[in-house]
Design a binder for this molecule. Structure first.
Ligand code: CTP
Ligand code: MG
Length: 382
């Protein structure tokens, strides 16, 4: 009998409740995506890790996680994502842990305690914490049908551990459950609850993301830095030049002249982030002496800037950019702008506004565009 452990990480959800432009598992905190945080914390106890990625994001996950991790295509539900991963487990593994990417900060020590219980002979082990709210069962019309005794209730987390054969047998069921222990219980297998951990909470809403960042920044959570950036470019005399602004292409509008694509909003945000981190500015990082950035898109520069500030130990709290000019009108495409900018910044909170200048100055005279941005970043420890 071997006692090797395989870990399945369902990361195939889209994160509707988080409201990000990226699948939730690709949202970053402290310079790493949630799925990387989860994988890193499980790696010490696993000899095989299988991640279920959202359809269409498999290659991105592979690039991010490297060759050691098996990436499979997730299903339309969590249960189906786990099923998709199960068939890839090498049969040498006696134990399987199933762990939500959304519980990105669940510590290695928790996974170790789950494994210890399995090695001590349990067939199914789940972490759980006492609930502080009274929980009521309701019917379809919202009338209470039952109030279970609170002291006997536990809020259940992941990683959940199983003997491999027990989990495989349970997944023969066609039922949909929000966790794997649910399927195992249905077959009459005893499921042991061990003490959970506060850090194993599920990142579901934007508030949860802020809490996760607090856990990561630890005692340094007062170390916030603000930055400011501006950029301006003249409209091109070449009316065929495309306009790139706030990460999107504005068909029918005349573009601006400049090194790179001239996206003033993206450039102002890069400068704001670099200035907040005291890392210089766009020119000193990607200037004309760096020919590889000639013609670089605004999105590319935002991505590179995110890498630089992450390497320096910072996470983005939020960025805000205001575009100044007579045209294009931003309002109708504001959501697209926010989506493009946020995606390039690893799912960071972005706001986009715009103004004209009452006919004054080069923007008011319709000669060009400018943008001003602020960024708030937080120093993180891990
Ligand atoms: N998950 C999955 N495949 C799905 C749905 C969810 O692998 N079809 C994963 C998620 O990626 C997450 C875990 O199951 O790691 C728990 O799901 P949840 O927290 O609900 O994440 P999402 O479904 O992405 O979020 P939401 O319900 O807000 O859309
Ligand atoms: Mg979900």
């Amino acid at each position: 009998m071997s006692d090797l452990v395989a870990v399945i990480i369902p990361a195939g959800g889209s994160g509707v409740r988080l409201g990000s432009t990226l699948p939730k598992a690709l949202v970053q905190i402290a310079g790493k995506t949630l799925v990387e945080h989860a994988v890193n914390r499980m790696a010490p106890i696993a000899s095989q890790i299988i991640v279920a990625a959202p359809l269409g994001f498999e290659e991105e996950f592979k690039k991010l996680l490297g060759d050691e991790i098996t990436v499979v295509t997730g299903g339309v539900t969590r249960t189906e994502s786990v099923k998709a991963a199960l068939s890839h487990i090498d049969a040498s593994h006696d134990f399987v842990l199933v762990h939500d990417a959304a519980r990105a900060l669940a510590p290695t020590s928790l996974a170790m305690r789950v494994v210890d219980s399995l090695r001590a002979g349990e067939k199914a082990v789940v972490p759980g914490v006492a609930v502080s709210d009274t929980i009521k069962r309701i019917d379809k019309d919202n009338y209470v049908t039952k109030t279970p005794t609170r002291s006997k209730l536990r809020a259940i987390q992941t990683p959940q551990g199983f003997k491999r054969k027990v989990l495989i047998a349970a997944h023969k069921s066609k039922d949909e459950m929000t966790d794997d222990a649910g399927l195992v219980e249905e077959r009459g297998v005893s499921v042991k609850v061990i003490a959970g951990e506060p850090e194993a909470f599920k990142i579901t809403t934007p508030d949860d993301l802020a809490l996760a960042l607090k856990y990561l920044v630890g005692g340094a959570n007062e170390d916030m830095r603000a930055g400011v950036g501006t950029d301006a470019h003249a409209f091109s005399a070449d009316s065929s030049r495309p306009l790139w602004l706030a990460g999107i292409n504005w068909i029918g509008e005349v573009g601006v002249d400049g090194h790179s694509d001239g996206d003033v909003a993206a450039h102002a945000i890069c400068d704001a982030l670099l200035s907040a981190a005291s890392l210089g500015d766009l020119g000193s990082n990607f200037g004309t002496d760096r020919p590889e950035y000639a013609g670089a898109s605004g999105a590319k520069l935002l991505q590179e800037t995110l890498v630089k500030i992450s390497d320096a130990g910072f996470s983005i709290n939020n960025v805000s950019v205001q575009i100044v000019g007579n045209r294009p009108k931003i309002g109708a495409r504001r959501a697209e702008c926010i989506s493009a900018l946020s995606t390039a910044l690893g799912g960071a909170a972005v706001s986009v506004s715009a103004t004209t200048t009452d006919g004054l100055g080069f923007t008011g005279e319709g000669k060009g565009l400018s943008a001003i941005a602020t960024a708030l970043i937080i120093r993180s420890n891990k």
